[in-house]
Ligand binder design. Sequence first.
Ligand code: GLU
Length: 471
Amino acid sequence: MIDHMSVITRFSPSPTGLLHIGGARTALFNWLFAQHHGGKYLLRIEDTDRKRSTQEAIDAIIDGLNWLGLEADQPPVFQSQNLQRHSEVANNLLNAGKAYYCYCSPEELTVMREKARAAGSTRLYDGTWRDRDTADAPNDIKPVVRFKAPLDDETVIQDLVQGSVTVANSQLDDMILLRADGSPTYMLSVVVDDHDMGITHAIRGDDHLTNAFRQSQLFQAIGWTPPEYAHIPLIHGPDGTKLSKRHGALGIQAYQEMGYLPEALLNYLMRLGWSHGDDEIISLEQAIKWFEIQDVGRGAARIDFDKLSSVNSHYIREASDQTLANLIQEPIAERIQKPFDTEMSQRLVMAMPGLKSRAKTIPELIETSLFYFYLRPLEINEKATKSLDNEARNRLGRLSELLSELSPWSEEAINEAVHKFAENEDIKLGKIAQPFRAALTGTTVSPGIFEVAMVLGQEETISRLKDVMTN
Ligand code: GLU
């Protein structure tokens, strides 16, 4: 049974690259699990591999998590700062006779490994120094410290996703805890940190399942209780093979740049491996309520970019006009090379209902909103120009006179006025709506033209009409 209040999970990335889509999902599952149980979710940066860890990667991970809203409940723990503590635990094991010095030379180890492989054994170290007297130790070799792993019986893990998984202890050799230079290995650091951080549940990729056996043995030897493990299947590409660069963007930042909203990505990621009935659109509140780790499937989840896009367009439509306007104001300003003033900001918010219902992505939203901000006279594209023959231009002249007297300037009033105008001229609405759209937007596709006129305002609308008349 889970003691709700005391649940503590962690996301523990190695900062050697971007925050990958798979890492983000692992973080999300840990976050959801903690939220579901009213517990805590922590972040541990596993930066003990000094050569491969970079500050840039640390920043990318933290920025990515923040963007997704998966901030940890406490400041991040940096594994590299706990090295002394890790060594201390290894030394305690040495003193207790649960670990030992191994003086094998690299050459000896190579021979040993080859022999084991040839015999089809997974025990690559044969235990040479396990019970040997250190009086025999060569002077010229700095020893490593190895864990005295159990030789008989088996190690069983009751994995919350994989079920009960067992390994015969005879298959695991005595792993290194401290390297010859005294530095702790990853396996030792993870165990000590998981314990010291009070981790109750470790949810991570199933590529760590075999590590769990060794980690669990180490926990037992030290006399600590291991966390409950949940090993989640990795994410695969649409073709079923392991996700890699050739399947498209891997880093979270790339998704941000491509215009995916964090809510959409979270919704999409939670559904990769976990489900709640057939629900596709699941809010975070619902997910927190419904998330049971047992509902995560054992099969690899395939990424589906079309589905991600459709989830994204849902969240674009759901987002508030102000949120979307804030998001795209800067990119628009860059495109039109003009900083936004208050009037432009207001115009963008006002334009948003019509824009967001048509856009699937943020770049699309940016693209389709540009015409609102282009400086006059507008460039009219070729297709739109076709609707602007002389007759149409003259007609727009008459329409502009009518509209300049319109009051109030509302979408409804404009709609009514243009309909009446078409009636008076004895033409179909399209005959005036098309050139009207061409004049106001420079294109043939846009939000509803009465809405466009309303957003542009009376003065700008009349001016844009006049521009095409004098062309
Ligand atoms: N640092 C490991 C990784 O990035 C995760 C270790 C763990 O979750 O126990 O794959």
